[in-house]
Design a protein around this ligand. Structure first.
Ligand SMILES: CC(C)(COP(=O)(O)OP(=O)(O)OC[C@H]1O[C@@H](n2cnc3c(N)ncnc32)[C@H](O)[C@@H]1OP(=O)(O)O)[C@@H](O)C(=O)NCCC(=O)NCCS
Length: 203
């Protein structure tokens, strides 16, 4: 008989890596999130518009906290030496529909612009992906990035995701139709075991 899925506690969901503490978002993170989430350059390749005010950031956090309670997503704030660095999430968790089972989620991340290129997104995302396989019983994690977002494509490559292909003119933003590259990782992939080892080493 299949063992019943038990949702992880917030304590278990606080991820510690070599340099980072990656903990589930809280409503009072709004002050930390807002300066970055309101930056149009940062949000250019994200699905959402720059936050107009602190209320938008609070709404984003409330939505993430509700999703966590429903089991449809986990979003973490990333800290380095107590300093807020950005956000990583394993979201849009789909468990099944009718006769079909998915156990699938989508990875997303952003880091404040002054801290780019220091490996923070890769380190935090590795921990989030490992958590998704280990504690959320996910079968597959997918991630997508616009073809013109090389930094994100590089993060995905460093994590070891397998390329699925290009979704041509996947969505329009600011008047431009963007091609998007799609990637996936299975819980059984060697890359998933490699990530788990990498994360355990960092503890
Ligand atoms: C994508 C993002 C999260 C990466 O964060 P980060 O902490 O800088 O990522 P890392 O340092 O772990 O890795 C970035 C890699 O991209 C490389 N890179 C950065 N800009 C690049 C460019 N223009 N061309 C090629 N490579 C680039 C870096 O050199 C680094 O690779 P390396 O370790 O081999 O040198 C960050 O750029 C960001 O927040 N962007 C805005 C939000 C976003 O686009 N999120 C992803 C949506 S799919």
């Amino acid at each position: 008989m299949a063992t019943e899925f038990v949702p992880p506690t917030e304590e278990v969901a606080t991820l510690r890596t070599e340099r980072l503490v990656v903990r589930p978002v809280r409503l009072d993170d709004a002050q930390l999130v807002h300066p970055h989430a309101s930056d149009p350059q940062l949000t250019r390749y994200l699905t959402w518009a720059p936050h107009r005010d602190i209320g938008d950031s609070a709404a984003f956090l409330r939505h993430a906290i509700d999703a966590r309670a429903r089991g449809s997503g986990w979003v973490w704030s990333i800290f380095e030496g107590g300093q807020f660095r950005g956000v990583v999430g394993v979201e849009s968790i789909a468990r099944g529909r009718g006769a079909i089972r998915y156990d699938r989620a989508e990875l997303g991340y952003w880091i404040g612009r002054t801290q780019h290129g220091r490996g923070i997104a890769t380190e935090a995302a590795a921990a989030a992906v490992a958590f998704g396989f280990r504690h959320l019983a996910l079968h597959k994690i997918v991630v997508r990035a616009a073809t013109e977002n090389p930094a994100s494509l590089r993060v995905i490559a460093k994590l070891g995701f397998a390329r699925v292909g290009v979704m041509r003119q996947d969505h329009e933003r600011d008047g431009v139709w963007l091609d998007v590259e799609a990637f996936e990782m299975l819980a059984t992939d060697t890359a998933a075991a490699d990530l788990q080892r990498r994360v355990n080493r960092g503890r």
